[in-house]
Design a protein around this ligand. Structure first.
Ligand code: ADP
Length: 457
């Protein structure tokens, strides 16, 4: 069926085709059943008449002439060899004499048409009595049967188109009612755009295919809305974070420009200080842009992993070597201990990045001269892990579930001073989870935090 037809029309047409086929089959069934029943009735008569004649022929052949006169059996003839023995009065009247009957099949009823157009059901039966061969032929007018069948056919032919027309109407109406929720869903879905993503499709009271469809669409809209909101927030947060170092660079520059003329201080010293600060700020800017780039590449699925078997102890050592300078600046000591072999099938680069962020945080948020303990090991359940524990300020309970969100900082002012934009942990979480692992945090205020990264092995 061509695709431009609406579901409603297609549904109605299919329904009507099915109905026409059913009605035609049922009507033909009724027609043939009635035809058979009426013919059976006639044939029963014929058999009975034929049996009666046969009985008389054996016992009292003279009675046959009497029967023919009285018309007890309406239509019959008896032949003896090729000679006609007797025939009923009506046999002659109805011109059956003149009709070619001989030579037709015997013992099985059949139909013929006489010269005057009447139809008869005929039964021919040969009988042998006392070595004499007879042929009994009985007949019954069939016109009433044909009349009944014609009336029946007429009724069927009148009713069939009427039934089809009514069913088309009803089908179209029902299809319209059934598909009405789709119309409502379509109209509402068309109205929902980027500016009103919080709106939802109406979900009917009944639990049916349409309400389930609306629920699924609503879930999709909710996910799209969530992504939109997050994208919005991400863009706003990113712009805000980028503005801060830029504003700092600008104000350092302005101060440097104006100071010599105002205060007449040594220009070279001021330039050196200002350039140092500008370099610091631009380094922060570079780090931030790197993180943003990494997150957007991660979101776009552009970062491919090269998994290999890695000894987590070696990886922990590599990370410590990278950040030891920062710890030394704060006179912190980093201790690595191991409790059993810890192997994992991971992408070395991305997991090292995750660990670097965690260790960097530990160094940043722990006080000077404190200890940072790294434990590497494996659990009885077959997980390999690295745990980084610091003796820092800790993280409040209400913030723990939010620290992995992008741009989330527990103490906004303080952590910016330390150079963080709130992206480190979200990058760590992404990297660990992409490698099939997970990060768990335990923290006590003013006592310290432990970040445990584990991978199945
Ligand atoms: P940032 O770049 O600001 O450090 P992160 O995503 O790495 O961003 O961390 C998010 C926030 O979680 C930080 O701002 C800080 O408030 C808190 N946090 C992370 N690690 C620690 C830690 N070891 N001790 C205390 N607070 C932490």
């Amino acid at each position: 069926m061509s695709s431009h037809l609406g579901v409603r029309v297609r549904f109605t047409l299919l329904y009507s085709i099915a109905l026409i086929l059913t009605v035609t089959m049922v009507s033909s069934g009724i027609y043939f059943f009635v035809q058979r029943a009426l013919l059976d009735q006639i044939e029963n008569h014929l058999h009975k008449d034929q049996a009666t004649i046969s009985t008389y022929l054996k016992s009292d052949p003279n009675q046959l002439a009497y029967m023919s006169e009285r018309g007890t059996i309406h239509l019959f003839s008896v032949m003896q060899g090729s000679k006609k023995l007797v025939a009923s009065r009506h046999w002659h009247d109805e011109k059956l004499d003149e009709t070619q009957i001989d030579g037709q099949q015997q013992d099985r009823p059949f139909s013929i048409k006489t010269a005057n157009g009447a139809r008869y059901r005929i039964l021919i039966q040969p009988v042998t009595i006392n070595t004499q061969n007879y042929q009994i032929t009985v007949a019954h007018n069939e016109d009433a049967v044909h009349q009944t069948l014609r009336t029946l056919a007429l009724i069927i032919l009148l009713i069939l188109p009427l039934a089809v027309a009514i069913s088309l109407g009803i089908g179209y109406f029902i299809a319209g009612r059934v598909l009405a929720p789709i119309e409502v869903i379509t109209r509402k879905a068309q109205e929902i755009g980027a500016e009103n993503l919080s709106e939802r499709l109406p979900v009917g009271d009944e639990d049916n295919e349409f309400s389930r469809l609306a629920v699924v669409f609503n879930q999709t809209f909710a996910r799209i809305e969530d992504s939109f909101v997050r994208l919005h927030r991400f863009t706003a947060d990113a712009s805000h974070e980028l503005r801060t170092p830029l504003a700092a660079i600008r104000s350092i520059g302005e101060t440097a420009l104006h100071t010599p003329s105002e205060k007449n201080t040594d220009c070279r010293e001021i330039c050196r200080e200002s350039i140092g600060s500008i370099l610091e700020e631009s380094d922060r800017l570079r780090q931030l842009i790197d993180s943003l780039l990494q997150l957007s590449r991660a979101d776009a699925g552009e970062i491919s992993l090269h998994k290999e078997t890695v000894d987590l102890f070696d990886l922990a050592k590599e990370t410590v070597e990278l950040l030891n300078v920062l710890a030394e600046e704060k006179r912190q000591s980093i201790n690595i201990s191991t409790i059993g072999k810890a192997m994992a099938s991971i992408d070395r680069t991305s997991v090292r990045q995750a660990l670097t962020n965690l260790l960097d945080n530990a160094i940043k948020y722990a006080p000077a001269e404190s200890e940072i303990n790294i434990t590497v090991g494996s659990t009885t359940s077959g997980e390999s892990f690295i745990e980084i524990a610091d003796r820092g300020c800790g993280i409040p309970d209400e913030d723990i579930k939010l620290i992995f969100d992008r741009f989330y900082r527990v103490d906004k002012g303080r952590s910016r001073e330390k150079g963080g934009a709130g992206l480190g942990l979200s990058i760590s979480k992404w990297a660990v989870e992409r490698n099939g692992g997970r990060i768990v945090v335990a923290s006590t205020i003013n006592q310290g935090s432990q970040f445990r990264v584990s991978f199945p092995w």
